[in-house]
Design a protein around this ligand. Structure first.
Ligand code: ACO
Length: 401
């Protein structure tokens, strides 16, 4: 059929691709995914090797600069990030404008965007140095802001960062510490937290990263772009899934009810989906999910809570879904959010903070993609549409309708 595409003026073929399933919007050298084989490489390095042998900040360096750092480069990078962990004091008062029961992701959308009102030098995106400083600021301040959004919701005093601690340890200190006594963060939990950040660090052109690129393509400042990414991440089909997994496990409530929920997931007349299953790109086991599953087992064993009822439901559900024909045929495997929710619950992170933690880890991916785009040649992103509305018609006066 001949379709009217509204006076095409661009070069090349006009494609209609809902969900951008087969349309590349950019070239990138940061991350490679082969969803069929279950491969994920950052700058060529397999994610499982990074999860085993690297740490979050080293992976941040790799994503930003393209190579693993030397020891001296690594130390300098870590110390520069630490220089930026505090936020402007005025941001503390900014929080008071929110309701105490606000969702932490709602707070993050607002506060991260508001960083542009505090760090004016980062608004000059034409300058490479300013872009680098913006990257440092975002990576360093996200855990501080994330922990503040939690402390605000429970009415406890904000904790200042402690720069003698590692990145993930410091985050747990700001989340769970109090100003009256020194924090004593378990190395196992800090390592698990670091791994969660690392496994979420980048995933090429997912919805939130594409949003950051699209916002950035208009020349918007990095804080505004990352705030747009946070908004896109919030949805239950993307970063909100880890929170939705826990809510679903609670709703299932008992292993005896799993079959009922699996049947609902398969029923085409029921909109219910098993949260934490399926992925747009992976039609095989998500390699991050494999590492996350191992980390979950480690954390649960370390904490001695393998018998938690919700975790029992999760394990049984995983087993049933992996053996079910519907899930096998549609290649629906447990995704990274399925296991990260379990670990976060075990660490004691409240469910409403799950997506915030995803946002903290993903910040480096967002900023690396934004930086890659701004540093090269790019055009404003402007998708076309297939118009299906009325053809031209004449206005009818109000008294004649
Ligand atoms: N439970 C039951 N059925 C499912 C599920 C699920 N979780 N996921 C997909 N399906 C089915 C769909 O009903 C569809 O069936 P059909 O072919 O008979 O119509 C088929 O599998 C394909 O699903 P789509 O929605 O077309 O796949 P898409 O690639 O667009 O969506 C998505 C991927 C959004 C992740 C989807 O699998 C989903 O909603 N999963 C649950 C939410 C979730 O866990 N999201 C986290 C994603 S990972 C991340 O953001 C890090």
């Amino acid at each position: 059929d001949v379709v009217d595409v509204g006076g095409l003026t661009g070069k090349g073929m006009f494609t209609y691709d809902p969900g951008f399933v087969s349309t590349a919007a950019c070239e990138s050298q940061i991350t490679y995914i082969d969803g069929g084989k279950g491969t994920l490489l950052h700058r060529g390095y397999p994610i499982d090797q990074l999860a085993e042998q690297s740490d979050y900040l080293e992976t941040c360096y790799l994503l930003l600069y393209g190579e693993l750092p030397s020891k001296a480069q690594y130390e300098k990078f870590v110390s520069t990030v630490k220089n930026h962990t505090m936020v402007h004091e005025q941001i503390r008062t900014f929080f008071n404008g929110f309701r105490r029961d606000a969702h932490p992701m709602a707070i993050m959308c607002g506060v991260v965007g508001a960083l542009s009102a505090f760090y004016h030098d980062s608004l000059d995106i034409s300058d490479e140095h300013h872009r680098q400083v913006a990257a440092f600021r975002l990576i360093a301040k996200m855990p501080t802001l994330a922990a503040m959004s939690y402390k605000f919701s429970i009415g406890q005093p904000f904790m200042y960062p402690d720069n003698s601690m590692g990145y993930a340890e410091n985050f747990l200190h700001m989340m769970f510490g109090n100003p009256c006594e020194p924090s004593n963060i378990s190395p196992t939990l800090a390592k698990a937290m670091d791994r969660i950040f690392l496994l979420h660090a980048d995933h090429e052109q997912n919805a939130s990263t594409s949003t950051v690129r699209l916002a950035g393509s208009s020349g918007a400042n990095p804080f505004a772009c990352i705030a747009a990414g946070i908004a896109a991440l919030w949805g239950p089909s993307h970063g909100g899934a880890n929170e939705a997994v826990l809510e679903m496990l609670e709703e299932i409530g008992d292993v005896s009810r799993i079959d009922e929920f699996v049947a609902r997931a398969k029923d085409k007349n029921d909109p219910f989906r098993l949260m934490g299953f399926g992925h747009r790109v992976y039609k095989n086991f998500d390699p991050r999910a494999k590492v996350m599953k191992e980390a979950a087992d480690e954390v649960l064993a370390e904490l001695g809570i393998e018998n938690d009822p919700l975790l029992a439901i999760a394990k049984k559900l995983e087993q049933i879904a992996l053996e079910d024909e519907y899930f096998i045929e549609k290649k629906l495997y447990p995704n990274v959010d399925f296991y990260s929710g379990i670990i976060l619950k075990a660490i004691g992170i409240p469910t409403s903070m799950f997506t915030v933690i995803f946002a903290v880890g993903r910040t480096v991916g967002w900023i690396a993609h934004w930086h890659e785009m701004i540093s090269g040649s790019y055009r404003i992103g402007r998708p076309r549409q297939l118009y299906t509305g009325h053809p031209q018609r004449d206005y009818v006066a109000l008294d004649k309708r």
